[in-house]
Design a protein around this ligand. Structure first.
Ligand SMILES: Cc1ncc(COP(=O)(O)O)c(C=O)c1O
Length: 465
């Protein structure tokens, strides 16, 4: 192969389809290959449309993974494709670097118009973690303080700064030492937050309005009180809306549910319509001006591709689609329907301990059954392989019902759904019915749990965010 020019995209798709797993295992991530084979998720995905992924046989799978939540407006939305075509045809003067461009300025204008009045400027980025890194740096520089607080079970990304705010030991382990001065507080625990703020030197408290890992909703009044405590302590209040933003919860930003006015807001994921990497940090005027406070400090934070024309063009198209298709209202309706259809499962099944969600960010949690024998079996298996019961549900959902979803995090029996906001009512109903059927089967045969777990060794199969 060496020395040959790389083939075109068309040639690759025409001649090498079917080699995905082999290439992935050889060059990318062999352990991911093992997970996919173990679960039987080693599909060749040949297409995507709206709320669905399409396999090589043309079978459509309802995609509740949503690429970790990037496909809010659905896969391959024609408006976004058209925006990419328009952008490339325009041959813009992209990334002058010592210069400014129109599209990212208009994107900032549009995002800020949809955000609370507390933010007034945008720092462009390329990913969610980069937006969080920018928030950490700006908080420290703006306040002159070193400490950053975060919530237990938080997920803010996997680069070193955001990893320092990550509540999952499975992500942190082996990568230390992480950033000094980063301390966790319980999600929902205002006393702990107040105590940590009182210890002083806190630059910021960074929090997801709804935690992605496990889909944990904030207790009533928590976020507004946290914002107030931060304000009183002179610490910045930062909402990480990388997952909850761009319509996911039925509002453009989840913070609207609680009327929050943060000092910074992190955005990414769905903002690009799922096409290209994107990130953005919305920042208060005061914090921004304290960091970029002179000509010699104009470029003290940034990223080469931040604010590129392609990302801005797809983001603007995404915002247009959200408005034109009235997707926030649709997400509210579909989310309410999903909760209405699935909440009764808590009563119906001993193993369902909770169903929760907001808009189209939804989760179901499993717990041990009541009967002594079944409980013992559950506990034995779960001790060896925490979160295994969930796989007894996700695997048949995938193979028998063509519904693609996964656990919401390590060592948790929580299945999560982040469907396209365009999902149709019939598909919501189909998912709820398939879920009920699958849980009934999983609950009926507790022995299957043990056999399934011991056979497959699913300890490694944790791929949720
Ligand atoms: C709340 C939150 N913040 C940050 C990130 C990191 O985003 P990225 O993977 O684009 O770096 C994620 C990713 O799942 C997330 O859910």
């Amino acid at each position: 192969m060496s020395g040959e020019p790389p083939p075109t995209v068309q040639q690759i798709l025409a001649t090498r389809t079917g080699e995905e797993m082999a290439l992935g295992e050889r060059y990318l991530n062999p352990q991911m290959g093992r997970i996919l084979r173990t679960l039987g998720f080693d599909k060749v995905w040949s297409g995507g449309e709206g709320a669905h992924l399409i396999d090589a046989d043309g079978e459509r799978y309802l995609d509740l993974f949503g690429g970790y939540g990037v496909f809010a407006i659905g896969r391959n939305h024609p408006d976004v494709i058209e925006a990419i075509e328009q952008l490339t045809a325009a041959r813009t003067g992209n990334l002058p670097q010592l210069g400014v461009t129109l599209l990212s300025g208009v994107l900032a204008e549009q995002l800020l118009a949809r955000a609370p009045g507390s933010v007034a400027a945008m720092v462009p980025a390329n990913t969610g973690t980069e937006a969080v890194e920018a928030a950490i740096k700006i908080a420290r520089a703006a306040t002159g303080r070193p400490r950053v607080l975060y919530a237990e079970h938080a997920f803010h990304g996997l680069t070193l700064g955001s990893l320092s705010l990550n509540g999952g030991v499975e992500f942190r382990e082996g990568f230390g030492p992480l950033l000094p001065g980063c301390d966790p507080v319980g999600f929902g625990d205002l006393d702990a937050l107040e105590r940590e703020l009182a210890r002083g030197e806190v630059a910021a408290f960074v929090v997801e309005p709804i935690q992605g890992k496990g889909v944990n909703l904030p207790p009533h009044g928590y976020l507004a009180a946290a914002q107030r405590l931060c304000g009183e302590a002179g610490a910045l209040f930062v909402c990480d809306e990388v997952q909850t933003g761009i319509g996911r919860t039925g509002r453009f930003l989840a913070l609207e549910h609680w009327g929050l006015e943060p000092d910074m807001i992190c955005l990414a994921k769905a903002l690009s319509g799922g096409f290209v990497p994107i990130g953005a940090l919305l920042v208060s005027r005061a914090a921004f001006d304290r960091v970029f406070d002179g000509m010699e400090r104009a470029v003290r934070h940034g990223s080469t591709f931040g604010g590129n024309d392609l990302a801005a063009a797809v983001a603007l198209a995404t915002l247009r689609v959200l408005d034109r298709e009235d997707l926030l209202a649709h997400a509210q309706r579909m989310g309410a329907l999903l909760l209405e259809l699935t909440t009764p499962l808590v009563e119906r099944f001993e193993v369902v301990s909770d169903v929760r969600g907001l808009g189209l960010m939804w989760a179901i949690e499993f717990g041990p059954p009541a009967g002594a024998g079944a409980r013992r079996l559950w506990e034995t298996v779960e001790r060896r392989q925490p979160g295994l019961f969930s796989q007894l549900v996700t695997v048949p959902l995938f193979h028998e019902h063509k519904i693609f979803c996964q656990v919401a995090g390590h060592r948790m029996n929580v299945i999560k759904a982040l469907p396209a906001l365009t999902i149709e009512e019939a598909e919501v109903r189909r998912f709820a019915a398939a879920l009920e059927q699958t849980i009934a089967a999983a609950e009926r045969y507790p022995g299957a749990l043990a056999r399934f777990g011991l056979r497959t060794g699913l300890r490694a199969a944790r791929v949720g965010r």
